[in-house]
Ligand binder design. Structure first.
Ligand code: SF4
Ligand code: ZN
Length: 329
């Protein structure tokens, strides 16, 4: 893919990448996740270090943990082996391989490594990988055929707000997403979807609404799991957009509201991504209680009574939240 002017502008604003070792995963986590049948499933996520994604989405900071150039052959196998060796007696049903890029891009995942990765995945009943909708095709079917468990592909839908989606520089239109979703489901592969909260170019008072609409859209297209991800600053471009008034950092309260408004969806598991949740603006009086309420919702899918707080943020005055947070700090 040739870099466009927009790509070059976004890349020019980036701070340096983290130092990553291509032979060592840059992280891993074991956690329980709810599945559409209500069952809790233990999953290990391996955060793989490899080649950078060729897309240049305006909100993305995953490139920080990628390397320059293609992933060396054999490196991902070593990374997965390294993490699995640390599990000891912990038994996980799902292996999530997140490579900060597209698993079906041969530059990111060398074709010669795929059989060894599939062999390492053999003890797991299910495997999740991530991919841009545009790179979902026959390679996904090949991988599904090689693993013994069930394949799930995680795809960023981000937002269905037409004007905002066009500004993300993701090169994804809804028709392409729909085709990818249909292709996966037709081939008995599960679909996981990432949806943004705080998408740039969506007015702040419509932010939660569009997140909920996008979650509903993904649920209608058969997603098993939909994860709401708050947009975070730090990649340079987001700061540029914020300075222009085109981005407002999403708050913890908005994340909770979005999740509450998705509670009616029963066909898909809808969760809030709590990675880096401490960075979300919030009232310090009720922050911890709200995070725990969200954590419980992620596991049970059951809404609970809203959290009472003496601070004035209530359910509406999101823009006052930063002031409330500092007032109570
Ligand atoms: S497709 Fe995914 S990994 Fe690639 S730039 Fe966009 S958000 Fe980042
Ligand atoms: Zn509060």
């Amino acid at each position: 893919m040739n870099a466009s002017t927009v790509d070059r502008r976004i890349r020019a604003l980036r701070p340096p990448k983290n130092a990553v070792d291509p032979y060592r995963a840059h992280g891993s986590v074991v956690e329980d996740e709810r599945r559409p049948d209500g069952r809790l499933e233990r999953a290990v996520t391996v955060f793989l270090a490899g080649a950078e994604c060729p897309f240049t989405c305006s909100f993305c900071d995953l490139w920080r943990t990628t390397i320059e150039g293609p992933t060396p052959a054999g490196a991902l196998v070593e990374q997965v082996e390294g993490v699995l060796a640390t599990l000891g007696d912990i038994s996980c049903e799902r292996l999530k391989l997140y490579n900060s890029s597209n698993f079906f891009d041969k530059r990111a995942v060398p074709a010669e490594d795929v059989p060894a990765i599939a062999a390492l995945a053999a003890p797991f009943g299910a495997v999740t990988v991530e991919s841009h909708a545009n790179t979902i095709g026959p390679t996904a079917l090949d991988f599904a055929a090689q693993i013994s468990g069930r394949l799930e592909v995680a795809v960023g839908l981000e937002t269905i707000h037409p004007a905002a989606a066009a500004q993300l520089n993701k090169r994804l239109d809804l028709a392409r997403f729909d085709r990818a979703a249909r292709f996966l489901l037709d081939n008995d592969i599960d679909l996981r979807v990432f949806v943004l909260l705080g998408t740039p170019h969506i007015p702040v008072h419509e932010s939660v609404l569009w997140t909920v609409r996008t979650v509903e859209y993904a649920a209608d297209r058969g997603a098993s799991v939909i994860s709401i991800i708050p947009v975070r600053g730090g990649n340079g471009e987001i700061e540029r957009l914020q300075a222009r008034g085109d981005f407002t950092p999403p708050t913890l309260l908005q994340l909770e509201q979005a999740l509450d408004r998705c509670a009616h969806i029963r066909s898909s598991v809808v969760t809030a991504d709590l990675w880096d949740v401490e960075r979300l603006p919030a009232c310090e009086h009720c922050r911890a209680a709200r995070v725990e309420r969200i954590r419980r919702f992620n596991l049970t899918g059951r809404t609970e009574p809203s959290i009472a707080c003496d601070a004035i943020h209530g359910n509406v005055d999101i823009s006052a939240l930063a002031a409330v947070a500092s007032h109570h700090a």
